[in-house]
Write a protein that binds this ligand. Structure first.
Ligand code: ATP
Length: 313
């Protein structure tokens, strides 16, 4: 549901509106056949984790984006940026002028397999909806966002959820409240998601990709058991072999985590971030320290999940 603002101002906020939005990892990423529209059919279990981008939106007489943090100086702030595209899509849908001053504080690495761009687009939809008083529900915002990025509907909802279609059809998974402890090993350079999918297609065409994952049922039942060892057995990512094929150093990251005592590790989405499961917060801290001193990643960060999706703070 969209948070309501007072009736006295017709729902339009004087601003600024501040949003916090999490990164996502995929606990299960089953990649099916390539569809005629160029996307692969996916069955995925999304999980929102505690690494956040923040967006501040205020009124302005043009649409302008500034930023700080991850990707500063590298990420274009023009019409190609998903923040600008999301603001324009909402304005067109609601038939309001796309006027806002947007400032992004990014902690989610670029092209890291953590859906940072989709997270920023989800934050923008929620921020501009509140700023402009367009009063749309999260489901309506998700529909506007889905053509811009398959992970946007999930990042509006958060938690742990099943994604089907190309990932944009999201159904929440109701599990008993449990906090899982993760360590994210963040690489120095990103990986292009389309390239990783193309590599998987190549590996499959020559018969050298591991067998595709079957349904997410095993993962769903593992989530109900609250035991990290049981969850570890059920995690899987069909894109992992392709990411490792393009970036062989990821095998060293996975080994370093295993040597440091992680319950398990897997590539997040299309990589190159590798996520490790820990038993508790102390274990996660120790793992992060060990990964950093092994020198296999740019940075190792602890993060809990599940977290709520984009929220007004
Ligand atoms: P996914 O897991 O959804 O495939 P990712 O985490 O690997 O994504 P992102 O950081 O979401 O990668 O973005 C991939 C590309 O999208 C970037 O390299 C950049 O060119 C483009 N992009 C556009 N707007 C943004 C944004 N606000 N933040 C990050 N990337 C953006």
């Amino acid at each position: 549901m969209t948070e309501a603002w007072g009736p006295e101002d017709g729902g339009r906020r004087p601003g600024p509106v501040r949003i916090r939005v999490p990164a996502k990892i995929n606990l299960h990423l089953g990649v099916g056949p390539l569809r005629p529209d160029g996307f692969h059919e996916l069955t995925t279990v999304y999980h929102a984790v505690g690494l956040f981008d923040e967006l501040r939106a205020s009124h302005g007489d043009t649409l302008a984006l500034t930023m700080e943090g991850e990707g500063q100086g590298e990420l274009a702030l023009d019409e190609t940026n998903l923040v600008i595209r999301a603001a324009r899509a909402l304005a067109a849908h609601a038939r309001v002028p796309a006027y806002a001053r947007l400032h992004l504080r990014k902690s989610i690495p670029l092209a890291g397999g953590l859906a940072g761009g989709s997270a920023d687009a989800a934050a923008t939809l929620l921020a501009c909806d509140a700023l402009w008083g367009t009063g749309l529900s999260r489901d309506e915002l998700a529909e506007i966002g889905a053509p811009l990025g398959s992970d946007i509907p999930f990042l509006l909802h958060g938690g742990t959820a099943l994604g089907t279609g190309r990932g944009e059809v999201v159904s929440p998974i109701l599990a008993r409240p449990t906090s899982w402890h993760w360590v994210l090993a963040i690489a120095g350079d990103g990986l292009s998601t389309p390239e990783v999918y193309r590599e998987l297609d190549r590996l499959r065409a020559r018969g050298s990709a591991p067998a595709a994952l079957d349904s997410a049922d095993g993962l769903m039942s593992a989530l109900r058991q609250r035991d990290p060892k049981v969850l570890a057995e059920a995690l899987g990512n069909d894109l992992q072999a392709a990411a490792v094929s393009l970036r062989p150093e990821l095998a060293d990251v996975l080994k370093a985590g295993s040597d440091a005592g992680a319950v398990t590790g897997l590539v997040s989405g299309s990589g190159p971030t590798v996520v490790f499961l820990a038993t508790d917060s102390g274990h996660a801290e120790r793992l992060a320290t060990a990964l950093t001193s092994a020198g296999v990643c740019r940075e190792a960060r602890t993060a809990r999940g599940p977290m709520p999706g984009a929220r007004i703070t």
